[in-house]
Write a protein that binds this ligand. Structure first.
Ligand SMILES: [Fe+2]
Length: 443
């Protein structure tokens, strides 16, 4: 019986992997098929790679891990490994490399994928830690989806007429009080059981917080305009030393892609300029801007521990959930994920996705800056290689949580940790605020 059960389990993982690989590839193709050859090879911003680099890099990582390592097969194109090694060439220099052209890149990733389906059929999906639960395949699915979000950010930076199209997000709605009290005490942070969780999400451990208040929803464009109009960008009081140096030097005067015409603020997204929607979460702000807004509002950013507690802790059972709404995989009723829409949804658009305490839109819409540096949890173990997370640990990077409208559901969980430099604005990042609870507010 056990072996039959195991076989069914392995078959189920194979089917799941195959479906996820196919879904990721469909997205990579639509993001690259949307533009002509010239737009595929040119650099739309010094911050980004040419789209054709991302595309071939997706195939090269897949070849390294699944064809060569898991499959033990002969290399498809060993000669190009160096070109597509993200650690060897900064993004700004990638257009000068002798990259594969669009047709060659498409042929290469297709050839790799054919071999990967063959490897998937014959791989035991057990025996080595890299194979257990299909981890190596899950890592490659997430890698492709992460590059699909990066390519979407490249589309946002691209000049010219719009080439992407998607339905508008659902309408907003009521979210109740502006903030909710999260009780103090322990909860389970991180995971040791989620099969495709990355090394930096592990292991599950007990973390503590004092009681705190967190915003029910991300900070909106409307709220952020008040900070801008109050002269927030020119007022030293709201900025950290590093933030003030950056805001002066850059210089920054409003979120990226905002522009004021007369009395009206406009936002340009994927080639379309439209009046700012005051009810959508603000997006394309850096950590310094998020931190300055919070200080101006008499609040602060949540720590990463607080964010995860707000997203997972169920006070009734004391258990940590996989998602704010429970353990079920995200659906379109829960969260704005997967590039289904090309913007964050207005506040209150996902009541079914709220946490037990009534915190909305923690997953999807915008990545949320936290005040925490990116570090390994106690008991952290490098897996499967140091360049995945460990080399980024330290004070240079801030943690972002929750995923954006551009993030695929396979590449975000309530335990998922993203990180970036505090000056980054091309990512789909916003934030929500928190504050300490005073002794008299504990109910
Ligand atoms: Fe990569």
């Amino acid at each position: 019986m056990t072996s039959i059960d195991n076989n069914t389990g392995v078959e189920r993982i194979r089917d799941h992997v195959a479906a996820q690989l196919t879904r990721a590839r469909r997205r990579s193709q639509s993001l690259t098929d949307a533009v002509d050859e010239h737009d595929l090879v040119r650099q739309h911003s010094k911050l980004m790679s040419p789209l054709v680099w991302d595309y071939a890099h997706i195939g090269n990582q897949e070849e390294l891990w699944l064809v060569r390592d898991v499959g033990g097969r002969e290399p498809v194109r060993q000669d190009i490994d160096e070109l597509y090694d993200a650690f060897k060439h900064a993004r700004s220099t990638r257009p000068e490399l002798p990259l594969l052209g669009p047709a060659e890149a498409r042929r290469y990733v297709g050839e790799v994928r054919d071999k990967v389906f063959d490897v998937l059929e014959t791989s035991p999906l057990e025996g080595r830690r890299l194979l257990a639960g299909g981890f190596a395949f899950g890592m490659i699915v997430q890698h492709e989806q992460q590059h699909d979000e990066t390519m979407l950010a490249t589309h946002q930076l691209r000049a010219g007429p719009p080439v992407l199209d998607a339905p508008a997000p659902p309408r907003g709605g009521p979210v109740g009080p502006a903030e909710v009290l999260v009780p103090g005490g322990p909860f389970t942070m991180g995971t040791s059981t989620e099969a495709w969780a990355l090394d930096n999400e592990r292991p599950a451990h007990q973390a503590h917080t004092a009681p705190f208040f967190i915003d029910t929803a991300p900070v909106t464009n409307g709220a952020y305009v008040a900070f801008v109009e109050d002269g927030g960008y020119a007022d030293r009081r709201w900025w950290s030393e590093a933030g003030w140096a950056h805001v002066r030097k850059a210089p920054l005067v409003a979120p990226r892609f905002w522009e004021k015409q007369g009395d009206q603020w406009y936002r340009t997204a994927f080639g379309v300029t439209a009046p700012l929607d005051p009810d959508q979460p603000v997006v394309h702000v850096c950590f310094h801007e998020a931190e300055a807004y919070a200080k101006w509002a008499g609040r602060r950013l949540p720590t990463e521990v607080e964010w995860e507690k707000a997203a997972r802790h169920d006070p009734a059972s004391g258990r940590s959930r996989r998602y704010p709404w429970g353990d079920d995989e995200p659906t379109e009723a829960h969260a704005n994920l997967g590039q289904r829409h090309l913007s964050p949804a207005p506040v209150g658009a996902y009541p079914a996705g709220a946490s037990p305490l009534g915190v909305h839109q923690l997953i999807g819409d915008v990545w949320e800056w936290t005040s925490s540096d990116f570090r390994g949890y106690g008991g952290f173990e490098v897996f499967p290689y140091a360049e995945y997370s460990q080399v980024f640990f330290g004070p240079d990077y801030k943690v972002l949580r929750g995923g954006s409208f551009g993030t695929d559901e396979s590449a975000v969980r309530s335990t998922f940790r993203n990180w970036d430099y505090p000056i980054r604005r091309q990512i789909f990042a916003g934030f929500r605020c928190a504050r300490d609870a005073a002794p008299g507010e504990l109910g």
